[in-house]
Ligand binder design. Structure first.
Ligand SMILES: Nc1ncnc2c1ncn2[C@@H]1O[C@H](COP(=O)(O)OP(=O)(O)OP(=O)(O)O)[C@@H](O)[C@H]1O
Ligand SMILES: [Mg+2]
Length: 244
């Protein structure tokens, strides 16, 4: 089966600083794929390179068969790639609701009554997934708790109706209970809507529980890949990433 996103020979650099040395990945449609790796391995850079955001890239990217590696960041968002960056990218001065409205700008055909009705429906759906956001719909995003801000960042990306969701460390800095909450919601979004997800996570145990398959990145190269259950059993992964 053709992957929803095919990555071939992806290189990425910040000026003279080369970070990705030609990586290949296949993201299966409807599946969660984890991208694991130590600090500085290039995980964030991989997500940026897919969106062609902030980094120089070379290589081939195909979304549902169509080349996107010459498209702009905005075009890639419109074509259905939702990116939740590591700094969450929320507008701290704006309310929860205003942030969600802005998320809807990423979708195609954003004018007219049908669009407005669709946005209102999606907003309600987000509040079903994230009841905490509903209670805080008028609150300034910068004053939300860390967990609520992460939920808002995910909901904002979903408002763009992506086909593929890129998540950069959604557990970062959050208490275990909040992390459990967020991962349960991600699982539901994947299972109920068939959302394809690329999940970057430091917490390998958590990522491997949610993901169907995983890639391991070491200094800009993929050194291991396979179904999560196999990656989970790999001795090097167990020692270095699971502390077993
Ligand atoms: N804007 C930048 N300019 C120059 N180098 C950068 C820039 N951003 C990242 N790098 C470098 O690229 C390498 C990979 O960084 P990246 O943020 O992709 O790693 P990561 O795997 O996401 O790490 P972490 O787990 O710490 O988030 C690092 O050596 C980093 O110093
Ligand atoms: Mg990172």
């Amino acid at each position: 089966m053709q992957a929803l996103l095919e990555i071939r020979g992806l290189h990425a650099a910040y000026g003279a600083v080369r970070v990705l040395g030609g990586i290949d990945m296949d993201l299966a449609e409807g599946r969660v794929t984890a991208l694991l790796g130590a600090n500085g391995a290039g995980k964030t850079t991989t997500l940026r390179a897919i969106c062609r955001h902030l980094v120089d890239t070379r290589g081939e990217l195909r979304l549902a068969g169509a080349r996107i590696d010459r498209c702009s960041t905005e075009q890639i968002a419109r074509m259905g790639v939702g990116h939740v960056p590591d700094d969450r990218g929320t507008f701290v001065q704006l309310s929860t609701e205003e942030n969600l409205y802005l998320g809807a700008h990423a979708r195609p055909g954003r004018h007219g009554r049908a669009h407005r009705a669709g946005v209102a429906d999606d907003m309600e759906r987000m509040f079903t997934h994230f009841p905490r956001l509903k209670e805080r719909r008028a609150q300034q995003a910068g004053t939300l708790s860390g967990g609520e801000q992460q939920m808002l960042a995910i909901a904002r990306a979903l408002m763009g109706r992506p086909r593929l969701l890129l998540l950069d460390e959604p557990s970062f800095g959050l208490a275990p209970l909040v992390v459990q909450d967020i991962f349960a919601i991600l699982r539901r979004i994947n299972e109920e809507q068939g959302m394809t997800i690329l999940l970057v996570e430091q917490n390998a145990r958590l990522a491997l529980e949610l993901a169907h398959s995983a890639y391991l990145l070491e200094t800009g190269r993929i050194v291991l890949q396979g179904p999560s259950s196999e990656v989970r059993r790999n001795d090097a992964v167990r020692q270095a990433y699971l502390g077993e």
